[in-house]
Write a protein that binds this ligand. Structure first.
Ligand code: F6P
Length: 461
């Protein structure tokens, strides 16, 4: 990495570029870090040299857009566009599970243009566990791309950074441990290329006792069907947006549940909060303030005061320097960990997790579709084909699959699934009880806590 990123070469930003890219949380972190690294470079009197690509474009920074993740050609095109005219490009593709076709397409593009591009892959699975399903529209697989990279890594023409971290706290939820590891890893690498002294990082721990308390308050709001609002300042606010964005695909959460000030045009400023959100807040809603002593604490106090007039369910995650040097990276990481704990804990308490699995995940791309089918098999012990059938019935809301449905592409299935609700719970209830889709819907209406509905079906099956 130092080959492109070390300050000597950065003096030539006209010709060189570092591109960070990923899907979902990995793409949001690519944006977060590219912006942070550019700021740091400018502070050191270098020109900004980092750029980012996120599957789904900038819309995906604050809202879940899973479908573009499946498109390797789009990934390559976006990379080509962002690096137009550059002579040397260091491409860092992040896919925690070594699975995203969008990133695989970009790595393949780099491998085919080695005169300009040096590819780096960051992920947290061993190479042999990279996804081995053909990428949509071609014969390559993520694993075959990784194998080519491994070969080139021997001569340092490509780099693979994939420490195995072990499973996520909630199966498949790479926004948590995987996302935090991405942040730590890239920050260490970039800082090492900025400075000549060895880089060590100590990351602050958060008081988890206090975090648990916050989780309970937040959960109270979600259980009441009310809203949770992260109200943040600076990069900590951005981490709030990143955490909230991922709750929809992970937990099937409605956008308004983990609320951040968001209107049709991504109204995310404090003024938007005052105009659009504050007037609707009630005592059942929870607000979590994210700030540090380097923010305008008086402004925080003023806003907190206005929020308190509406709800007593207001909490702060406040970082103070307090003698111990707490760098912005420490603050960011501990805030990310706290937010992950709050949103995951609240959704667990809300019944969106069963036996460590996300049982109300969205099925909006091929990875999530396959994950949902595997999950149904695991929880119902039915065969693969029975589970896929049940999944399709839930997606199309039918009890019998027509020829038309059976011949539709996976892309059509996942597109249709994006418009349906509670697809996986519906399929699971049907598999466990043998009931119709309509009856499964009624059961889930009567018991909206999905985990309890599933447990009841399991008891009676
Ligand atoms: O498909 C959605 C998703 O699973 C997100 O939850 C996640 O942030 C994103 O894919 C990226 O996953 P990965 O880093 O493994 O490519």
């Amino acid at each position: 990495m130092a080959a492109v990123a070390k300050p000597g070469r950065m003096k030539d930003p006209q010709d060189s570029l570092v591109v960070l890219s990923g899907c979902g949380t990995s793409g949001r972190l690519a944006f977060f870090m590219a912006s942070g690294f550019n700021r740091e470079l400018q502070r050191l009197n270098y020109a900004p040299i980092c750029s980012y690509v996120i599957a789904g474009g900038d819309r995906a920074l604050f809202s879940s857009q899973e479908a573009p993740e499946d498109d390797p050609t789009l990934g390559a095109l976006r990379l080509k566009k962002v690096s137009e005219g550059k002579k040397r490009v260091l491409f860092i593709g992040v896919s925690c599970g070594l699975s995203a076709p969008f990133v695989a397409g970009q790595l393949d593009f780099c491998l085919r243009h080695p005169d300009v591009y040096t590819p780096v892959l960051v992920g947290f699975n061993p190479a042999h566990q990279a996804r081995n399903e053909p990428l949509p529209g071609c014969t390559l697989t993520f694993r075959s791309v990784v194998t080519r990279m491994e070969e080139l890594a021997k001569t340092q023409k490509a780099f693979l950074i994939n420490p195995a971290l072990g499973p996520e706290a909630i199966s498949g939820s790479s926004r948590m441990k995987g996302g935090s590891a991405t942040k730590i890893l890239l920050e260490v690498v970039f800082s090492a290329s900025f400075s000549r002294t060895p880089v060590t990082f100590k990351y602050a721990q958060w008081g988890y006792g206090r975090a648990v308390q916050k989780i309970l308050f937040v959960c109270f709001s979600l259980q009441c069907g009310r809203q949770v609002c992260y109200l943040g300042w600076g990069s900590l606010g951005l981490l709030g947006l990143i955490d909230a964005s991922e709750c929809k695909p992970t937990f099937g959460s409605k956008h308004s549940e983990l609320l951040f000030p968001q209107g049709p045009e991504f109204s995310i400023s404090h003024d938007d909060f005052l105009d659009r959100v504050l007037p609707r807040l009630t005592d059942d809603d929870a607000v979590l303030l994210l700030y540090s002593d380097s923010d305008d604490v008086d402004e925080v106090a003023k806003l907190a005061h206005r929020v308190r007039e509406k709800t007593s369910n207001i909490h702060g995650a406040y970082h103070q320097t307090d003698g111990v040097v707490s760098s912005s990276r420490q603050r960011e990481l501990s805030t990310k960990l706290l937010l992950n704990a709050v949103s995951t804990g609240a959704h667990i308490l809300k019944g969106k997790v069963f036996k460590n699995y996300m049982i109300d995940l969205q099925v909006t791309n091929s990875k999530l579709y396959r994950r949902a089918a595997r999950l149904l098999q695991e929880l119902s012990s039915h065969s693969e084909s029975q589970c896929e059938e049940a999944l399709l019935k839930a997606i199309y809301q039918v009890d019998k699959l027509s020829e038309d449905i059976m011949t539709c592409s996976l892309k059509t299935h996942t597109h249709t699934a994006g418009k349906a609700k509670k697809v996986v719970p519906l399929a699971l209830v049907c598999l466990l009880t043998g009931c119709s889709i309509k009856e499964a819907e009624t059961r889930l209406e009567q018991q909206p806590i999905v985990r309890e509905a599933v447990e009841a079906c399991l008891k009676s099956s």
